[in-house]
Design a protein around this ligand. Structure first.
Ligand code: NAI
Ligand code: MG
Length: 361
């Protein structure tokens, strides 16, 4: 058998990002070693992030994207440190990669794991199983606007932060959501909108959603205002399957979803360039968690699960299923980190997931 070798760029960046990526990497290497020569991973480490910024004044070098362009995928930790403004760190690295590589679809599954107690105690792991599909290239995070455009000066400053909605941008993410729904047991797409208040961009979003929905008569389509959607996440999680939303709305709702599943530390994410013209990026949803960084207690499940999404992207579906099952077997056995009410360290959880990979063979 010829071994398929996947070249992965690891960018752990800041805080717990470095701790949880280590966990996911250990798992991927174990799977490769166990694949009987089917696949292998070749890693390149990029020491970019806030330390790099302190040394060089930049979050990554000018040719950063060129250095990454030819890899099969990017495995990303988290950026952010208390002493540097968040817009500097986020725009300097993570958003620069997402937007530079046109990773226009951000896929964020929300699932229950057995043995994890959610605030929704009456719901079980069969009734909460969604994917939040986030528009990842424009909308509220298009960077359009400026400060003090009217030159009014201190005390009278004015800032404009505009949202950009293009018909092409809306259509490709909505189609992506419908295509994804077709692969799922419950074929439902819910669009998140705010067209009652935002009469330009969100009305275009609604129009495109209605037009695309007509092409998918086999998929149920409905639309919900973002504020009502927040309540629906909590009150009727069983209604939802694929949720498609703009950049900002999906950012907020997916954190809510992962908190409902138990903790932000569980949440996984794929930033995809579906055309595969540029590398896609896989990362836990959480940030650098400076409050717990360096203590060895960060929940590595979000990062490990994101490595599972990377395996699916490579077409390694059996390996991806093994990762999901090993995570579930770990939580079901009560091996839980502090954010889920347990006392297992990051290392103990990683080892438990590795053990379950063995038994799941
Ligand atoms: P955060 O996600 O870092 O932390 C929020 C809360 O969740 C904290 O109480 C933290 O301890 C907890 N938490 C997060 N990940 C955890 C894990 N793996 N295990 C256990 N508990 C975990 O969000 P916060 O505090 O708003 O931001 C901290 C920094 O991270 C900021 O600089 C922010 O800009 C950055 N950030 C970066 C992101 C990224 O790189 N994708 C995403 C979100 C925030
Ligand atoms: Mg977020």
């Amino acid at each position: 058998m010829t071994t398929r070798t996947f070249h992965i760029a690891a960018i752990p960046a800041d805080g717990v990002g470095t701790e949880v990526l280590e966990a996911g990497r250990t798992l991927l290497d174990a799977l490769a070693a166990d694949s009987g020569g089917e696949f292998a991973f070749e890693w390149t480490d990029y020491p970019w992030g806030t330390d790099y910024y302190h040394r060089t004044g930049q979050m990554m070098p000018d040719d950063g994207l060129d250095q990454l362009r030819d890899v099969d995928a990017i495995y990303f930790g988290a950026v952010g440190a208390p002493e540097v403004p968040d817009h500097v760190t986020l725009w300097g690295l993570r958003l620069a990669i997402c937007q530079g590589f046109d990773q226009w679809a951000n896929v964020r599954p929300v699932t229950f794991h057995p043995g994890v107690t959610s605030p929704l105690r009456t719901i079980d792991d069969t009734s909460l199983d969604w994917v939040v599909v986030r528009e990842n290239s424009e909308g509220e995070y298009s960077g359009l606007g400026g400060r003090n455009l009217a030159g009014r000066g201190p005390g009278n400053e004015v800032a404009v932060q505009s949202s950009l909605f293009t018909e092409t941008g809306c259509e490709r993410i909505v189609r992506f959501a419908f295509d994804l729904a077709r692969t799922r047991q419950r074929k439902v797409v819910t669009s998140v909108t705010k067209s009652n208040a935002q009469q330009h961009g969100m009305v275009l979003w609604d129009d495109v959603f209605a037009r695309v929905a007509a092409d998918y008569p086999d998929v149920e389509a409905n639309s919900c205002l973002v504020d009502a959607m927040a309540a629906r996440f909590v009150l009727h999680p069983e209604d939802l399957s694929v949720v498609v939303a703009s950049n900002l709305h999906a950012d907020v709702l997916s954190d809510l979803g992962s908190a409902l599943a138990g903790s932000l530390g569980l949440a996984t994410s794929a930033n995809l360039n579906p055309e595969r013209r540029t590398p896609s990026m896989f990362e836990p949803v959480h940030g650098s968690a400076p409050d717990i960084a360096g203590k060895g207690i960060a929940n590595p499940i979000g990062a490990i699960g994101s490595a599972g999404l990377m395996l699916s992207h490579f077409g390694l579906h059996d390996a991806a299923t093994r990762v999901r099952d090993a995570i579930d077997a770990t939580t079901a056995a009560g091996v839980l980190p502090a954010d889920l009410g347990g006392d297992a360290t990051s290392k103990q959880i990683t080892e438990a997931v590795l053990d379950h990979l063995e038994t799941a063979r």
